[in-house]
Design a protein around this ligand. Structure first.
Ligand SMILES: [Zn+2]
Length: 164
């Protein structure tokens, strides 16, 4: 079993026990800054892998579709892409990452006991036009009508009864 570890897996999870092949990305490694998380990180034997660009692109396309591209960091994208590539289980307590796991059909487990209860659907909204808009511009976050910067809004939530 391959487990892909997100940075959130190391926060307040001294009790984390995982047996198998543990991997993460260099971006996640850099996000782990506090002493406790670092100590936990070093207590496991974790391989640092880089996801191939095709998997990074797949995650980015899916994130655009759900409107999650505003909330996912480069590290978030890297760990999701690695989980896709390795066909493993993502270990994360980050709700945005868990939400993306549902979207792209990835298995995940929380490092702590809490699990996602809602799935969020987001759309881009222009506060000047007071309308939902498809984003344009280099980052896809500019209103095509008035040129204002678009904000991401949650338009629907859905209850989730089981994960993975
Ligand atoms: Zn507008």
């Amino acid at each position: 079993m391959v487990y892909i570890l997100d940075a959130s897996a190391f926060l307040n999870n001294e009790g984390m026990t995982l047996k198998g092949n543990l991997v993460t990305t260099a971006e996640i490694r850099r996000e782990i800054k506090d002493f406790k998380s670092r100590a936990l990180f070093s207590s496991f034997s974790i391989n640092i892998l880089a996801p191939k660009q095709e998997f990074v692109d797949m995650v980015k396309i899916a994130a655009k579709r759900t409107g999650d591209d505003d909330v996912l960091s480069k590290a978030d994208v890297s760990v999701l892409a690695l989980a896709l590539q390795e066909r493993g289980t993502l270990v994360t307590d980050d709700y945005d990452i868990q939400n993306m796991c549902h979207e792209i059909g990835l298995k995940f487990i929380p490092a702590s006991m809490k699990k996602i209860k809602k799935r969020f659907f987001r759309k881009k909204f222009c506060y000047k036009c007071r309308e939902f808009r498809e984003g344009t511009g280099r980052n896809g976050d500019v209103c095509g009508v008035c040129g204002a910067k678009l904000k991401t809004k949650v338009v629907k939530t859905e209850d989730i009864h089981n994960s993975g």
